[in-house]
Design a protein around this ligand. Structure first.
Ligand SMILES: O=P(O)(O)OC[C@H]1O[C@H](O[C@H]2O[C@H](CO)[C@@H](O)[C@H](O)[C@H]2O)[C@H](O)[C@@H](O)[C@@H]1O
Length: 243
């Protein structure tokens, strides 16, 4: 932590995941708690980094804006499929498409067979959560895999106690690449995340002399690890008071 805390914040671009990194995981997507001091902390970091602060989440941009309405930085949502940068929204071409509607309808049929499953609809895909039915993971994976079989523009990835369908050309790596484009050579990306799609962002950050921090358990390419969102907050607080 000390080694990380002494990095010069003015030469970093911070890429922060949301669930499991800035907020603790909860039984359902709506049940998360945003700590009262998080918005102020993020606003301070935005100033300190001269605007080099982004949230890169699996959630949609609108969801992040709902939970953090005063967040001043860039937001990439739906695993990089959509963005809001400097107030400009960039939707994905698949948003609201017949392809997505068909997949969501099939996912709804699946969830109707098991009340403990939860369907989360996104404009660009669908998530089936099995946190309340942990043994159903493999069956959910198989069913969603079948659903996208005829759709090469969609991919399936593992999330925490969930399987998610997203556009094949969307990734958190793309978000890091887009925001780092044009940055001065001595600015280093910092990726902090807890999940598989964060690892894709870490891979690209490492090609840019980046710093990667994994939150919680799990295989990772990150050389640094923090145990929980509370430790992430502690690091962010130390950065926020750098002289
Ligand atoms: O990239 P992230 O910001 O970490 O978003 C990943 C997914 O997070 C949410 O699901 C996860 O968190 C829920 C709330 O803690 C939890 O109930 C669920 O089991 C987790 O998978 C969100 O609902 C998804 O849309 C995001 O893709």
């Amino acid at each position: 932590m000390t080694e990380l805390a002494t990095l010069d914040l003015r030469r970093l671009y911070l890429f922060l995941d949301f669930d499991g990194t800035l907020v603790d995981l909860a039984p359902t997507p709506d049940a998360i708690h945003v700590p009262d001091d998080l918005p102020t902390l993020l606003a301070g970091l935005h100033d300190r980094t001269q605007g080099r602060l982004a949230i890169v989440s699996g959630r949609e941009v609108a969801q992040i804006a709902h939970f953090l309405p005063t967040f001043p930085g860039a937001i990439y949502g739906a695993h990089g499929a959509e963005s809001r940068v400097d107030g400009i929204d960039r939707p994905h071409p698949l948003a609201g498409s017949a392809t997505v509607a068909a997949v969501q309808a099939a996912a709804a049929d699946l969830v109707a067979t098991e009340p403990a499953l939860l369907l989360e609809r996104k404009k660009t895909g669908a998530v089936v959560h099995y946190r309340a039915a942990p043994t159903k993971g493999p069956a959910v994976r198989a069913a969603l895999s079948d659903m996208i079989a005829g759709h090469p523009d969609l991919v399936l990835h593992a999330s925490k106690m969930a399987w998610e369908i997203r556009p094949a050309d969307a990734s958190k790596a793309g978000a890091v690449q887009a925001l780092m484009d044009g940055q001065p050579d001595d600015v280093r990306p910092v990726v902090i995340g807890d999940d598989t799609t964060d690892e894709e962002a870490m891979e690209v950050a490492q090609t840019m002399n980046g710093i990667c921090i994994r939150v919680g358990e799990g295989d990772t390419i990150a050389p640094h690890r923090l145990d929980a969102p509370s430790d992430v907050h502690a690091l962010l607080r130390r950065w926020a008071v750098q002289p």
